[in-house]
Design a protein around this ligand. Structure first.
Ligand SMILES: Cc1cc2nc3c(=O)[nH]c(=O)nc-3n(C[C@H](O)[C@H](O)[C@H](O)COP(=O)(O)OP(=O)(O)OC[C@H]3O[C@@H](n4cnc5c(N)ncnc54)[C@H](O)[C@@H]3O)c2cc1C
Length: 377
């Protein structure tokens, strides 16, 4: 088995698949490592929310095949729910909507078609620098293996091991997201007056922008608690203020499945602090670098954009025998400035939680209107 690579990309999510695809297309020997057997699940809405993301997916991976979209293949928009106000509707036209296990699997197949080698069930357990290159320890089908790479793209998600090895002293915070998936009959759609084709976030007036949301995939729907940990379930279904306002479920019904993940919450450090998503020839992309928008949690498009930027930086560095770090930081400058603009919304919404419910609903509506319509990453 080959042990020396030009580029090793860790993680076969949107960032990793985009990075590996672009590196392979440019003639670099590229290995993509994924710790799970694919297809794998990911807690996510699976919506290509902004025009920027829809264009990017098409430009980079081609027209997605129809079968990757869920049985409810489009979301028509958002309805923002704040107790004490009427739902604010944001029309988005046709937002493509997928289960991430299907969507990401397609991305990984496209990366392979472009020449990247993919190892699944391949978990990176360590990385050290060695004489101008990087040695990675990989548990591949439960056997320990060492591989060597000139460049590493860490696209291994919010809890990134590559980031922890690269920036050992940096302290970042995490936000939890948990998901419960039910058969569609568990929700009394009619009584609630909830339209299935819309995405429904419900905001706790004191803790916005944290929320729980209802999303319909055809036959099944999910409740996702963003930033609310276990209390999310109480707020939505049991004794909390949102539960009082919105009687959602026939609680006799069992969920089909439950899962959870974390996302990076340290936007301030990432955008304005000492955090740098690159060092030498190791580059962080996607959630590993914190590229998920505050408030809307849009991350698929920014992850793909940063994966491409990492690949372009590696190609340039390889051609000029320079370090990839400086090329990458230049490549992501535009993405970072979009994130800096978006960041201010989190603060404005927090401020609005101290005022009348209508004031909070106004702030949320304005924020979503802007962030869901980003034209370019
Ligand atoms: C509740 C919620 C809803 C969301 N909804 C949306 C939405 O509707 N639209 C949107 O655009 N964004 C959404 N996002 C954001 C989106 O999910 C992320 O931004 C996106 O998944 C990040 O992609 P990524 O490739 O960086 O990381 P990931 O998708 O997390 O992929 C990382 C990959 O790395 C692998 N990996 C991790 N560690 C290792 C290791 N040591 N070795 C090998 N492999 C490893 C993982 O198994 C995984 O496959 C949502 C997020 C949350 C939490």
């Amino acid at each position: 088995m080959k042990t020396d690579w030009d580029v090793v990309v860790v993680g076969a999510g949107p960032a990793g698949c985009a990075g590996a695809k672009r590196c392979a297309e440019q003639g670099l020997n590229t290995l993509l490592l994924e710790r799970h057997i694919l297809p794998r699940e990911k807690v996510c809405g699976g919506m290509l929310l902004s025009p920027a993301s829809r264009t990017l997916v098409k430009d980079e991976f081609g027209e997605p095949p129809a079968e990757i979209w869920s049985s409810s293949p489009y979301v028509r928009g958002y309805v923002l729910h704040v107790p004490g106000t009427s739902g604010r509707k944001i029309e988005l036209g046709r937002v493509p909507h997928a289960w991430r296990r299907v969507f990401d699997y397609w991305l990984s197949q496209e990366a392979q078609r472009s020449g990247a080698e993919l190892w699944t069930d391949a978990k990176v357990t360590d990385m050290v620098e060695d004489d101008g290159a990087y040695l990675l320890k990989v548990s591949h089908h439960a056997a320990e293996q060492g591989i060597r790479a000139r460049y590493v793209i860490g696209a291994d998600g919010a809890a990134s091991l590559i980031r922890r090895r690269l920036l050992s002293g940096v302290n970042l915070s995490y936000g939890p997201a948990s998901r419960i998936c039910y058969d569609e009959a568990a929700l009394n759609w009619k009584t609630l007056g909830i339209e299935k084709e819309y995405f429904h976030p419900f905001f706790d007036p004191h803790r916005a922008p944290y929320r729980f949301s209802i999303e319909y995939y055809g036959g099944v729907f999910t409740l996702v608690f963003g930033g609310l940990r276990k209390s999310g379930k109480d707020l939505a279904l049991e004794g909390g203020s949102l539960a009082e306002q919105y009687r959602l479920l026939d609680l006799g019904r069992e969920p089909i499945w439950e899962d959870a993940c974390v996302e990076l919450g340290s936007h301030k450090e990432i955008l304005f602090g000492s955090f740098s998503p690159a060092k030498g020839n190791v580059l962080l992309a996607g959630s590993a670098a914190g590229f998920m928008l505050p408030v809307t949690w849009e991350g698929i498009g920014p992850s793909i954009r940063s994966g491409i930027a990492a690949a372009e930086a590696v190609v340039k560095a390889s051609a000029h025998t320079k370090e990839a770090e400086r090329y990458y930081l230049a490549e992501i400058e535009e993405l970072l400035s979009t994130f800096r603009r978006a960041y201010s919304w989190g603060r404005r919404i927090k401020e609005a939680t101290t005022k009348e419910p209508d004031h909070l609903a106004d702030a949320l509506e304005e924020c979503f209107e802007e962030l869901l319509n980003i034209p370019r990453w």
